[in-house]
Design a protein around this ligand. Structure first.
Ligand code: ADP
Length: 246
């Protein structure tokens, strides 16, 4: 039995190493691609922005198409790399005792900078909401949900974000009154690359929410959604509450 256990342990170690080598190979290749695509992107951009008489309209249109394709590829690869980075970090969240109100405030400030024209109403709990978490990753989660709320609602619609403690759980809800999610799609929106049929007219990759759910899951929490098509959407982050140190 001891021999067999040893053989199995060796096989497992080998497989883990092979997976790691494969993963880092894929990540390296993706990085190389990104570097080359950036060059194509910048070159095409320069051409598109060149003075009026420098190019014929037809040539400018062609450079425009190269630019669009390079932009899409860049986004795809960045999304992939982000996911790969999270997956590798799976065992190593950089956790500390943090106030979720502070995390949400950072995400709100970033959203306001990116969309100064939008109305964003905050209703944060008046006491600190302590969680044991990776502040940088949790900020990304809130930012992602806020960006979606902005993207999937009209320019005049208000986006709301609130935080609260409920029993042993910390809640953060982001609400919009945008296009909503069709009922049959609700079960799939946390799957990587899934986009609901009513989202296709807007840009996106279908990566953000799956990543967000993964990050919150690593913290022992979950994300829930309530939505009605044509009326709006509420996303709620649930995280285990920590007590302040004695
Ligand atoms: P992306 O926005 O890039 O498509 P996400 O992973 O962030 O990808 O979201 C997945 C899908 O969930 C979206 O394509 C959209 O169908 C739906 N979704 C997410 N947030 C909202 C929202 N606030 N309102 C309506 N639909 C949403």
């Amino acid at each position: 039995i001891a021999e067999r256990t040893e053989a199995l342990r060796e096989a497992l170690a080998l497989e883990t190493r092979a997976k790691e080598v494969y993963r880092s190979f894929v990540v390296t290749v993706a990085h190389q691609f990104r570097t080359s695509i950036s060059v194509i992107h910048l070159t095409a951009q320069r051409q598109v922005r060149s003075p009026e008489d420098a190019l014929t309209p037809e040539t400018r249109r062609r450079f425009g198409r190269i630019l669009d394709a390079a932009t899409r590829l860049e986004r795809l690869i960045s999304g992939f790399l982000e996911t790969a980075v999270i997956e590798r970090r799976e065992m190593a969240l950089h956790c500390s005792l943090i106030d979720f109100n502070a995390v949400a405030s950072v995400a709100v400030a970033q959203t306001r900078t990116a969309h100064p024209e939008r109305r964003l109403v905050c209703n944060f709990a008046s006491t600190p909401l302590l969680v044991d978490g990776d502040a940088v990753l949790l900020e990304q989660v809130v930012l992602n949900i806020l960006s979606n709320a902005v993207k999937y609602s009209g320019p005049a619609d208000t986006v709301r974000i609130g935080t609260a403690a409920e029993g042993e759980t910390i809640l953060c809800t982001v609400s919009d009154s945008g296009c909503g999610i069709p009922e049959p799609a609700l079960g799939a929106i946390f799957e990587r690359y899934y986009r609901a049929p009513n989202a296709h007219r807007l840009p996106g990759l279908g990566v953000g929410l799956s990543l967000a759910a993964q990050i919150v899951g690593l913290h022992g929490g979950r994300i829930t959604v309530a939505s009605e098509e044509g009326r709006g959407t509420d996303f709620t982050i649930h995280l285990p509450k920590r007590e302040p140190p004695a």
